[in-house]
Design a protein around this ligand. Sequence first.
Ligand code: FEO
Ligand code: CA
Ligand code: CA
Ligand code: CA
Length: 606
Amino acid sequence: TARPAGNGALTFKPIPPNKLDTLVVPNGYDHAVVARWGDPVLPGAPPLDVHRQTAARQSTQFGYNNDFVAVLPLDRRNTRALLVVNHEYTNEELMFPGFTGLEALTPDQVRAAMAAHGLSVVEIERAGQTGRWELVRSGRRAYNRRITALETKFDVTGPAAGSAWLRTAADPTGRTVVGTLNNCAGGLTPWGTVLSGEENFNQYFVGGDGAPEELKSKLARYGISTTDRYPSGSRRWDRVDERFDLSKHPNEAHRFGWVVEVDPFDPQARPRKHTALGRVKHEGANVVVAANQHVVAYMGDDERFDYLYKFVSDNRYLKGQSWVARKNNLALLESGTLYVAKFDYTSAAEVDGSGRLPSDGAFNGTGQWIKLVRGTTSYVPGMTAAEVLTFTRLAGDKVGATKMDRPEDVEPSRVTGKIYVALTNNTDRGKAGKAAADEVNPRNANKHGQILEITEDRGDHTGTTFTWSLPIVCGDPSDPSTYFAGYDKSQVSPISCPDNVAFDGAGNLWIATDGNALGGNDGLFATAVEGPERGHLKQFLTVPLGAETCGPFITSDNRSVFVAVQHPGEISGASLDNPASNWPDGDFAKPGVVCAWRLDGGTIGR
Ligand code: FEO
Ligand code: CA
Ligand code: CA
Ligand code: CA
């Protein structure tokens, strides 16, 4: 089918699925590792030595399991930039020699793992005339910073700050938290800060069996066991810091699960946890400035049958870098209104869970944003505002929000204003006692996930009604339950388990995957979302064995795409001593951030 390419068309030749232990990019492109686990990033930091790794060393080195990636230019010529990266979690079996189990780690190894969590802010510089970037390895590096689970202090903002739910013995004010956990995806704000979602924080806590009875249902709703003292896979951080034992400090769990804001341009600024955005297993948050200058953050709660949210700020965004504008904008996420999504359907009666398209030719419908809380006013019967914000999942349950197929990254297109959601999969959909397929989650036992497109009514991001459709229902295109916006399926790449989304300057949608259920390695894909090429999805990159593709981030000059290669070699039975991957250096697997560019220095994808 000859379709006109048009401005911004993606002309790269797609790469085939593969199981190679290397990173693959299309013909005409190259790639390099920008920063990997253990790279020295603070002045005086030692190189990685897995036999001598300590918390002190790790606190000065690039962290583990990089996930979200943002690149913020430092100069107008775009030759220097800040790279801001989340470090979601640790694979101790791939980090420590002689690993025999989490319980057997020494206390300092546990602290080293805590220091490998968090975020890194590092200076990078353009290498040559292409889109290649490198880590700045010497000199002052004034912005370089490690934020860790071990010792970085966070201020808590918003209506739930200081509430009884957040107070602990170590912090009777409920306003200062040590550390951030499981930072997954995130977003870059229009005012130059980075948002980061605290996701599966439950896995860091033990002792839920000994928590106060009245708290147990709340802890359980967030995946914390209230029956086993040490649930299987416990990291046992309680062995070095007893606040991770909920039988002693039951409120500590409520101090995680927030959206975190970091100002990378002010290394002295304390990062903040914003309670106004609610507490869930936050995948991330992406902000758009609405036409009326309020800012709107879109957010997913990554769990089977959990919800999609948005936050609308009370105050308005101010343009520019003046002191007044900066002060105003830095406070925008501290007060506002939190909504949860409820989807209505046009062809619900025809949805049978197979993925077969309804007779009107689309999975689509209308929807509403249900108001949960504004400031200190709750709109949820029987729950205070602080309760709604701290136990947001329970608020969503009460108002009948739509149970989704694991909402991962949610991001508005800067070109069209439409919002794209990666619904990664939900193999429990339709099981006995669980919600069956509906039009927005149209397949039972959903292994491959789908992409959701939301269009706010009248283009008003602050409004409460929208329309929606599914442009892509993922899987192998030969599978009749897949859909690629009606595009010729013989020309699209197979895709499974979309996780992170991003846009290039032309508004093309880039999708990174996690857990490819088709058997190949994970990767990065791109498609137009408007015009005749809508649905022409093509694979741009694959990551090494055992890895998940995170980021992605296309630089503002559209000459580089960054991806985070997370948990390479994370394969059952593999260890540091017996690695399943030796990417990227040929010895043992190290998570790392990669930059890919066009050999001729041209625009990525075109
Ligand atoms: Fe950490 Fe939802 O992926
Ligand atoms: Ca993710
Ligand atoms: Ca994203
Ligand atoms: Ca995921």
